[in-house]
Ligand binder design. Structure first.
Ligand code: T3D
Length: 258
């Protein structure tokens, strides 16, 4: 059985991290597998939204710590430059919405991969841990970039230094994630959001994501120019024409992602 599963259904690329006996901790195989599944979703015209979740009771416990010791151990440089950095870069660059459906504990790189997604949803019993400080590491996988932007400097700093487990409801209150659903309804409710995204104007969502990628590093002038440039692309899509036509005719739009 593959360590990452991909199923394409109803316009959604459902990616399932699949090492449940290890709380979906990342070994090299799983990290490379996730990259190839992300690439497949990026290039498939059938996929208009990605939905990443974990098999079993966890989302991901981060780096598989059994792989970092012993004579065969992978070096940190290799782990970051070949595993996590390409995953985070890919999630940010795929011009389609990526939903993290955090079904259980998300720790270390597992937490930060979730937090780099466009919309983070969690089940009531899910939790987030910046586990790095507990083993003498600094947060990686984009954690020092995304977390302060999501929750502010002070909270990010405390979460990273103390390495405390944060329950999904508290993560929601902090603005770290978008929504929390009861455990029993989590799969269906989180999937509904993915379905909604998959039926939307995909190109415009991809361009929105592109604009957001620059929003914290650009000046106002720079960002206005970026918006102008990207809006010129949005306006040329079939979905834009469909959206306006549907509005004027008072009917529901049928977006095709083109
Ligand atoms: O060199 C590098 O490390 C570079 C990479 C950096 C990126 C990182 O992600 S660093 C951070 C790595 N992750 C962690 O430090 C988290 C370690 N795990 C935990 O702290 C806890 O397992 C959790 C808080 C995530 C969950 O706790 P709990 O009580 O729900 O579950 P558990 O019993 O601890 O774990 C269940 C099993 O999964 C257990 O195996 P067993 O005893 O049943 O055979 C446990 O050993 C295994 N497991 C959990 N996390 C990992 C893991 N095995 C390998 N690596 C893990 N990260």
């Amino acid at each position: 059985m593959s360590s990452v599963l991909l199923q394409i259904e109803k316009g959604i690329g459902v990616i399932t991290l699949n090492r449940p006996e290890k709380l979906n901790a990342f070994n090299r195989e799983m990290a490379l597998d996730l990259q190839s599944k992300l690439d497949e979703c990026a290039s498939s015209p059938e996929v208009r939204c990605l939905y990443i979740t974990g098999e079993g009771k966890g989302f991901s416990a981060g780096q598989d710590l059994t792989e970092v010791t012993g004579p065969e151990a992978l070096g940190m440089e290799q782990i970051l430059s070949e595993h996590y950095n390409p995953i985070v870069t890919s999630i940010r660059n795929i011009p389609k919405p990526v939903v993290a459906a955090v079904n259980g504990v998300a720790a270390g790189a597992g937490a930060n991969i979730a937090l780099c997604c466009d919309i983070v949803l969690a089940s009531q019993s899910a939790s987030f841990i910046q586990a790095f400080s507990k083993i003498g590491l600094i947060p990686d996988s984009g954690g020092t970039y995304f977390l302060p932007r999501l929750v502010g400097w002070q909270r990010a700093s405390a979460l990273m230094m103390l390495g405390e487990k944060l329950g999904a409801p508290e993560a929601l209150t902090m603005g770290m994630i978008y929504k929390v659903f009861p455990d029993t309804e989590f799969k269906s409710e989180s999937f509904k959001i993915a379905l909604q995204l998959a039926a939307m104007p995909t190109k415009a969502l991809g361009l929105t994501k592109h604009a957001l990628n620059y929003s914290f590093s650009n000046s106002l002038e720079g960002q206005l120019l970026t918006e102008n440039e990207l809006q010129q692309k949005a306006v040329q899509t079939d979905d834009y024409r469909e959206g306006v036509d549907a509005f004027l005719k008072k009917r529901e739009p049928k977006f095709k992602g083109q």
